[in-house]
Write a protein that binds this ligand. Structure first.
Ligand code: SF4
Length: 440
């Protein structure tokens, strides 16, 4: 029987935030809510927030303002604001003053207690709870949505790295790894419900298990996940370059279903800036990791994140970032302008870069990367690549779409019966973002 109450979940930010939003939706399902996209008929609206950049925060504040109007039209709708933005030190009071129409405020550490908050709100109260740290036993709620081809699985929470620009360690706490048996169990139940591809998530998956005794690391976990029957593909993000071990690279090289894709954020190509960012590696060390990957896995796809306009970044520093992009041959780069996050070290640095300079550097960087991405894809023309078929293409419903092991999006002519399985596709054309092909 379908649940009669409706919940709309809006999510901002990274895959961790998406995964948290899925958990919240699952909790509400257990309380009798059906997921919906229609705000006008919703009984509950959840906004799971992100604070990693100012632009994301501004967008979310705009959405919270729009929800005030929704509440004026429908007095019964409950509004919940959750996640990173609420968890920032000192943020709750400021947000509550700005948005008194919100019914539930919850930080990142108490999301798993969300059902208790909803119960209190359903009794007509407003609630605000932000825990200062996580209680590990409350971390996991297995999700097993029937027929879902892909799922994200958290393997760890938090981050210990304190990159000087980043708010994440302040809102997600110290690193905690989930036990391998819990992770394996969750993945097996996802596979039983039809899932064929999973992405293992962590802010720094390469430091997974560092607290475990006897020793058990991320490569060991990958190897075990790779043995799960009927699971076709395993991905993982994010790899901190300083912790990317030879053992991990070899494990991926020798794996069966471990996708040859490394998301390896460089952030800057300048050693001076890398030090100010507290990234704990040099460009030389980073390049040695890239070479190691290419030696063991010549066709590996490497993607990255880059910040331009970090405080103190000179034209020479920026030139080194551009040079790095050409040396590393990234398949794709996610590029950002530095954005001040209060509470971080970099926000207090004096030599902030003007918005005009940041915008100009971003444009140049994107131009270089678009060309690199195009060349990367053009190399694939004529090759036969394994594609996991996801469904009809959004831009052309007569074509199918899916992803290669390197995470390239492919649009191709094929049989709709193959959705959910692996097919071999010959690549005919390449754009900056998509490959076009035909089933062999
Ligand atoms: S590794 Fe650095 S950038 Fe990534 S979450 Fe941790 S502090 Fe932030």
């Amino acid at each position: 029987m379908e649940n009669s109450k409706r919940v709309v979940t809006l999510v901002y930010g990274c895959q961790m935030s998406e995964r948290d939003a899925e958990t919240l939706t699952e909790i509400t399902r257990q309380l009798g809510y059906s997921p919906s996209d229609d705000l006008e008929t919703a009984d509950l609206v959840i906004v799971n927030t992100c604070c990693v950049r100012e632009s994301a925060e501004n967008k979310i504040l705009g959405k919270i303002g729009e929800l005030k109007k929704l509440k004026e039209r429908n007095k019964n709708v409950k509004i919940a604001i959750t996640g990173c933005m609420v968890q920032q030190p000192g943020a709750l009071e400021r947000l509550q003053k700005r948005a008194p129409h919100v019914d539930i405020w919850a930080g990142t550490h108490n999301l798993h207690d969300f059902s208790a908050l909803i119960n209190r709100v359903e009794q007509g109260r407003k609630v605000a709870e932000v825990w200062q740290e996580s209680k590990a036993t409350l971390e996991v709620i297995p999700l097993a949505e029937k027929g879902k081809l892909h799922a994200n699985v958290n393997i760890m929470y938090g981050c210990d790295n304190f990159c000087s620009y980043c708010i994440v360690p302040h809102v997600r706490g110290r690193e905690r790894s989930r036990k391998p048996e819990e992770i394996l169990q969750e993945i097996k139940s996802l596979v039983d419900s039809g899932c064929r591809e999973i992405t293992l998530l962590g802010q720094n998956v390469n430091s997974y298990g560092k607290e475990f005794s006897p020793a058990y690391d991320f490569a060991d976990l990958l190897h075990q996940v790779d043995q799960i029957p009927f699971l076709l593909r395993i991905r993982f993000i994010t790899s901190h370059p300083k912790d990317l071990s030879d053992k991990l690279i070899k494990t991926v090289a020798e794996g069966k279903n471990l996708c040859e894709h490394f998301h390896l954020p460089i952030q800057s190509g300048s050693n001076f800036i890398l030090e100010r960012m507290n990234r704990k590696y040099t460009r030389e060390y980073y390049l040695s990791r890239v070479q190691e990957i290419r030696e063991f896995i010549p066709n590996a796809s490497i993607t990255t994140d880059i910040i331009v306009g970090f405080p103190g970044e000179s034209e020479e520093d920026f030139e080194q970032t551009l040079a790095m992009m050409k040396e590393a041959h990234y398949a794709q780069a996610f590029t950002f302008m530095y954005s001040k996050r209060s509470g971080t070290l970099a926000a207090k640095m004096e030599d902030q870069i003007s918005l005009d300079v940041k915008k100009r550097r971003l444009q140049i960087l994107m131009g270089v990367q678009n060309q690199e991405s195009l060349e990367w894809r053009q190399h694939m023309i004529g090759e036969i690549l394994e594609v996991l078929v996801e469904g009809p293409s959004k831009t052309n419903p007569e074509r199918l779409t899916g992803r290669t092991r390197g995470n390239e999006l492919v649009v191709f002519k094929g049989d709709f019966e193959t959705i959910g399985s692996l097919v071999n596709v010959r690549i005919k054309e390449a754009g900056s973002w998509t490959l076009i092909g035909e089933v062999e």
